[in-house]
Design a protein around this ligand. Structure first.
Ligand code: C2E
Ligand code: CA
Ligand code: CA
Ligand code: CA
Length: 279
């Protein structure tokens, strides 16, 4: 059994080594990818259910490897956060979003906002406000066109500091959405005290909304509560007509999901907007 133990230890260290080298490779690949401009930003429309108008787009980063594969952010954002690479990557996403905004305005879409995700590391950066200001000014984009998506857990680690930071961003003219709402430790008290404009109801609540009575009730309640607090809502991940109908019956204002469109490369977003005939 001593031999067996030794063997298990060998397998264990082998596996750890393998995992570490995989990680190092991914980290190295990401650094290269940033230099080689392998990251691009896709945009997914948010649609107003009352009048079917596109009101905004969420910026979602993609990694196009030279071999033609596309890596999902779920597979590299966590490592980007651990290694700090999320900071230059986030700057790139903000810059690309501002450039997309110029294009939207160029085709006459003046009322579309772009929502940019901020991970905890980005939100905590001392120079976040300067970074955003620089990108906005360089590209001639008004802060009122930019929405920042932040998760509850990001805000809850240091509530006082978060409120101060949010106030700075809001004072600049940007709006704030709480991302993945309902999956964290939602606290109504903080909800009241954070200067936020919108809740994004997590896809996990929308997925079974037409078959799961309690999910439907949760979503309806969040929409009612948000309305009472004067906060907007976006339902994330609606894929079917049935889900849209139900959300409409709950007076849900905005929807983002495959039913309307998946995230699209910029060229396709422009085509989508043109076909929408948005003014
Ligand atoms: P998220 O912020 O919750 O973004 C929404 C995710 O839901 C996106 O996945 C989007 O493609 C997906 N989605 C939207 N509608 C539907 C639908 O109807 N059905 C299904 N099955 N999925 C839908 P994506 O693009 O893979 O992004 C995953 C996560 O990666 C994002 O979740 C966000 O947390 C993170 N992420 C993406 N881009 C950035 C970025 O630029 N910066 C940071 N910090 N995080 C990002
Ligand atoms: Ca988001
Ligand atoms: Ca989300
Ligand atoms: Ca999510």
């Amino acid at each position: 059994s001593k031999a067996k133990g030794k063997n298990a230890y060998f397998l264990f260290t082998q596996e750890v080594n393998l995992r570490i080298s995989k990680r190092l490779k991914l980290e190295n690949d990401m650094r290269q990818a940033l230099k080689n401009r392998e990251f691009t930003v896709y945009f997914q429309p948010k649609v107003n259910l009352f009048n079917d108008v596109v009101t905004g787009m969420e910026a979602l980063v993609r990694w196009h490897k030279p071999d033609g594969t596309v890596v999902s952010p779920a597979d590299f954002i966590p490592l980007a956060e651990e290694t700090g690479l999320i900071v230059p990557l986030g700057e790139y996403v903000m810059d690309a979003s501002c450039k997309a905004m110029q294009l939207f305005e160029g085709i006459g879409c003046d009322d579309i906002s772009i929502a940019v995700n901020l991970s905890p590391i980005q939100f905590d950066q001392e120079d976040l406000v300067e970074m955003i200001t620089e990108k906005l000014e360089m590209n001639g984009v008004s802060p009122s066109k930019i929405e920042l998506e932040i998760t509850e857990s990001t805000l809850m680690t240091n509530v006082e500091k978060s409120i101060a930071k949010l106030n700075m961003l809001v004072d600049m003219g940007m709006s704030i959405s709480i991302d993945d709402f309902g999956t964290g430790h939602s606290s109504l008290y903080y909800l009241k005290n954070f200067p936020i404009d919108r809740l994004k109801i997590d896809r996990s609540f929308i997925r079974d909304i037409t078959t799961d009575e309690s999910d439907a009730q949760i979503v309806e309640t969040i929409i009612l509560m948000a309305g009472n607090l004067g906060i907007g809502v976006v339902a994330e991940g609606a894929e079917t007509k049935e889900q849209i109908d139900m959300l409409q019956s709950f007076n849900c204002e905005l929807v983002q999901g495959y039913y309307y469109s998946p995230p699209l490369p910029l060229e396709d977003v422009i085509v989508y907007l043109r076909s929408e005939g948005v003014d």
